[in-house]
Design a protein around this ligand. Structure first.
Ligand code: NAD
Length: 441
């Protein structure tokens, strides 16, 4: 394919050289003449493992050239890859100035291309907040071109996951390829660019692709902060943190897996909150500052508050709660987030009824009777014996359990409003129904 790559920084230079080596005919564009001259000289404008040799090779073969002229590059290509910077503004917000400018330039060129054979596809590789493409950039393109994105020209978002330092290796062996497509033909163009590369390809809506990049980077930051804070505590307590992490990382079942990475309701139980609390406490005792670890529980508490706010927004008073134990499949009520939720609603004067089959069973068996009677007498009186009692009472039902008895009895689109705390198995279908709200979208 004939490809123009706009921006010859870390992402653009690596993308341009690697795409050229895959057999595409690539023209790189930058406003910085030094970078343009370097590339045309067969030298890489960034320092990276293998990039020097690669640029030299593809320029020598005539597969890559550079220019300062966006217009000329877009006119002579089928697809444009936008790789300009999106730095932070001083207040922390995303700077879209370079994106807007280059999009205007592409739009102006595409307006002239109109009528030419073959549809052009604009692919955004720069990292940008969900909504940026559809709400900011597509309108710019449509205004300049005088046509419709996804019809007259293709638009896609294709975030970059390379790590500086190993970016050429990452290009040829990507962790994944994410294609946010406005229309399937635009997505096909992106897929064809990387044809033959390994790794899973995910074709998703445009805003989802934008968000995936943030999920990745936020999690990387969280992981690094987590490891560093843990290391600091270990050091203060005289423990070899690398030995700890070696064993931690060897656990592929729970630690390094999709476990715990599904948005849902707040966590709780008798371990996680307690252990986080004591870890943070030990750090404080040892004079070690651990802001990330210290904010995990407050963050969890805020998430729980979002459920309270959903109920408040409904303007109802009679509330039903399905589930009370700290997670489905157990009767353990210790530090249950659903107990906390029930208490917050109870404290605000809501007229509450609760049903949890596991709690009922264990109460019947006597296992948790004492716990309920001594710790939760205010909630014990609200526990019902059946799903129906809750449904008959409630104007809004909070669903915090996937218990089959509850799921099969939940109404669709009539009866009480449904606030789904856990993303029910049929959430996708329910989303279209009136009176359904989800906490975990
Ligand atoms: P960079 O600053 O190194 O390069 C951007 C280049 O775009 C610069 O050379 C600049 O001169 C050029 N440019 C700006 N406006 C232009 C225009 N109108 N026409 C042509 N060229 C123009 O940025 P980068 O590190 O390559 O990052 C680019 C994007 O990719 C950012 O959104 C970044 O968040 C994202 N990203 C970066 C990395 C990384 O490791 N660096 C990884 C993944 C994603």
């Amino acid at each position: 394919m004939k490809v123009s790559v706009l921006g010859l920084g870390y992402v653009g230079c690596v993308s341009a050289a690697c795409l050229a080596s895959l057999g595409h005919e690539v023209v790189g564009v930058d406003v910085n003449q030094v970078k343009v001259d370097l590339v045309n000289d067969g030298r890489a404008p960034v320092v990276e493992e293998r990039i020097g040799e690669l640029v030299a090779e593809v320029v020598r073969d005539g597969a890559l050239r550079a220019t300062g002229d966006v217009h000329e590059a877009v006119m002579s290509s089928e697809v444009s890859l936008v790789c300009v910077g999106t730095p932070s503004e001083p207040n922390g917000s995303l700077c879209t100035t370079y994106l807007e400018r280059v999009t205007e330039q592409i739009g102006a060129a595409l307006a002239e291309r109109a009528g030419q054979e073959g549809r052009h596809t604009v692919v955004f590789r720069s990292t940008m907040l969900p909504g940026t493409c559809m709400n900011l950039l597509v309108p710019i393109l449509e205004k300049y071109v005088g046509g419709t994105a996804g019809v007259d020209f293709g638009v896609a978002v294709n975030p970059e996951f390379l790590r500086e330092g190993t970016s050429v290796r990452d290009f040829f062996d990507p962790p994944k390829t994410v294609i946010g497509e406005l229309d399937p033909a635009g997505g096909d163009v992106v897929a064809a660019l990387y044809d033959g590369l390994p790794g899973a390809v995910f074709r998703v809506p445009v805003p989802t692709a934008e968000a995936i990049k943030y999920a990745d980077n936020a999690f990387h930051g969280l992981k690094i902060g987590f490891a560093n804070e843990l290391g600091a505590v270990c050091q203060a307590l005289g423990v070899d943190s690398h030995q700890v992490m070696d064993v931690f990382l060897a656990d592929r079942k729970l630690n390094i897996s999709p476990a715990y990475l599904r948005p849902g309701f707040a966590f709780g139980g008798s371990c996680l909150p307690k252990d986080l609390r004591s870890l943070v406490h030990a750090a404080r005792q040892a004079n070690v500052s651990v802001p990330i670890l210290a904010h995990v529980l407050p963050s969890n508490s805020e998430h729980l508050q979002r459920a309270v706010e959903l109920v408040e927004r409904t303007g109802t008073r009679r509330v039903g709660l399905f589930g009370l134990s700290f997670k489905p499949g157990t009767d353990d009520l210790r530090e249950s987030p659903l107990v906390e939720l029930a208490e917050r609603l109870f404290g605000k004067g809501y007229d509450l009824r609760i049903y949890d089959p596991n709690v009922n069973l264990s109460r019947l068996l006597g296992a948790n009777r004492e716990y309920i009677e001594t710790r939760l007498p205010h909630l014990a009186q609200l526990l019902t014996e059946s799903v129906g009692e809750v449904l008959d009472h409630a104007e809004v039902c909070l669903v915090g359990t996937g218990d089959p008895a509850v799921l099969s009895a939940l109404p669709h689109g009539e009866g009480p409003l449904i606030v789904d705390l856990i993303r029910l198995p049929d959430a996708e279908a329910r989303r279209a129904e009136p009176g359904y709200m989800g906490l975990a979208w």
